[in-house]
Design a protein around this ligand. Structure first.
Ligand code: PGA
Ligand code: ZN
Length: 402
């Protein structure tokens, strides 16, 4: 709360397929609530963090974040918890926007902030989000040819609905996965791609032109030290084997974006994959880059990836992901602001995507209120902007220069 009475509130999310370089999501451990309770993190907010930030100018986000980073003093925020620090950081931004009498995206991006992101929306869940029923974590779509954000959601809703009908007909529908996408019972990973193309067609769209496919392989979940174990197909691949498999898929399906195609410890694989396809598709680093400016600079030097996934809780403040986005722009990478598998009704990331002008937003599927809250927030913002709103379309995809 600010002296003038302006209030900000925020909730930190959590991930299931976390990268090893992420800020710590501090939990209590022990037996109560399976060890997942956050009493310690809450105590850290109301005690040491409050003591350190009360009386400072909340409009100076970098100052508040800097104080908390120094107070914690560890690289992964293990002392106070990245979740404790991020919630305060985001609440500070909301309070500052309220004090200024502006929506958060305008407070962050100024009065000219009018870029609505291209949404990347999950149709099937997999990996750690669906009991590892398929190895690949996210089968998503994008609608670059839509006229505006709301229409991109309309198109996605139709594809999602038709995918559910097709799966029911094929007997492969098992429910809904962690991020709201359909929980599939496929026998191969490629079956998911085939069905996704059919769902796009059944919904009345031209695959690749109007609606295209994006994947999050989340390869750190099943790959380490250059060995990738695909459980569904009982296959073990090396780095080049993964690259060949994915390149084959890119040839056969309208795929325009692949996230974490290789594991976080496989920078050479990332570089080889980016060299092979980075001029045609977006190669996204999630676990590989963990929203960190220094890793983005290093990746750019190696030619590894051309796009960064931006998850504020991988770092634990708002200042650090903003620095990561600045680094991305400096090296010519694109960006995607992203939610986590463990989400809440908090909609801060929508404002970050628009306020920072990132151009892409990934929030999981088109179901469950923690996802819909974010899509709805973006629709409200697009409506409020009226004719000044600009839809990113495919104008902000990552592409490597030849
Ligand atoms: P996570 O999944 O939140 O479980 O890490 C999201 C992603 O991998 O992009
Ligand atoms: Zn990911």
């Amino acid at each position: 709360m600010f002296a003038g009475g302006a209030v900000g509130r925020a909730i930190a999310p959590a991930g299931a397929s976390t990268g090893s370089g992420e800020a710590l999501d501090l939990r209590d451990g022990g037996t109560a609530f399976g060890g997942y309770d956050v009493t310690k993190a809450v105590e850290n907010v109301v005690d040491p963090i409050a003591d350190a930030v009360i009386g400072r100018d909340g409009a100076n986000q970098a100052d508040i974040d800097g104080i908390m980073i120094a107070l914690d003093g560890t690289p992964a925020k293990t002392k106070l918890g990245g979740n404790a620090i991020l919630a305060v950081s985001m609440a500070t931004a909301h309070a500052a926007a309220a004090a200024a009498g502006k929506p958060l995206y305008r407070h962050l991006g100024g009065d000219g902030a009018n870029l609505l992101p291209l949404p990347q929306i999950q149709i099937f869940g997999g990996g750690a989000h669906a009991g590892r029923r398929v190895d690949i974590q996210d089968f998503l779509i994008v609608c670059p040819a839509a006229n505006n954000f709301a229409q991109a959601l309309d198109w996605t809703a139709e594809v999602y609905r038709h995918a559910g009908i097709l799966m029911k007909e094929a007997g492969t529908l098992q429910g809904v996965a962690d991020e709201g996408g359909w929980w599939p019972a496929f026998t191969t990973n490629e079956q998911a791609l085939e069905m996704l193309v059919r769902a796009i067609e059944r919904a009345g769209f031209r695959p690749g032109e109007q609606v295209a496919i994006a994947l999050d392989i989340a390869a750190s979940e099943f790959g380490r030290d250059g060995v990738y174990t695909l459980g569904l197909e009982s296959k073990k691949l090396d780095s080049q084997g993964m690259i060949d498999m994915l390149t084959g898929w890119i040839g056969r399906y309208p795929i325009i974006s692949i996230e974490d195609p290789l594991a976080e410890d496989d920078a050479a694989g990332f570089a080889a994959f980016t060299a092979a396809v980075g001029d045609r598709i977006q190669v996204v680093g999630d676990d590989f880059l963990v929203t960190e400016a220094a890793r983005i600079h290093a990746a750019a030097r190696q030619g590894a990836a051309n796009t960064v996934l931006i998850k504020p809780n991988q770092r634990g403040t708002l200042t650090e992901p903003l620095a990561a986005w600045e680094a991305a722009k400096e090296v010519g990478f694109a960006g995607i602001v992203s939610a986590r598998s463990g989400e809440t009704e908090d909609v801060t990331i929508v404002h970050l995507a628009i306020g920072w002008g990132v151009g892409q937003l990934k929030v999981g599927s088109f179901a469950r209120s923690e996802r819909m809250a974010k899509w709805n927030e973006a629709i409200r913002i697009e409506e409020a902007m009226g004719h000044t709103a600009r839809f990113a379309g495919d104008g902000y995809f990552g592409r490597s220069k030849r």
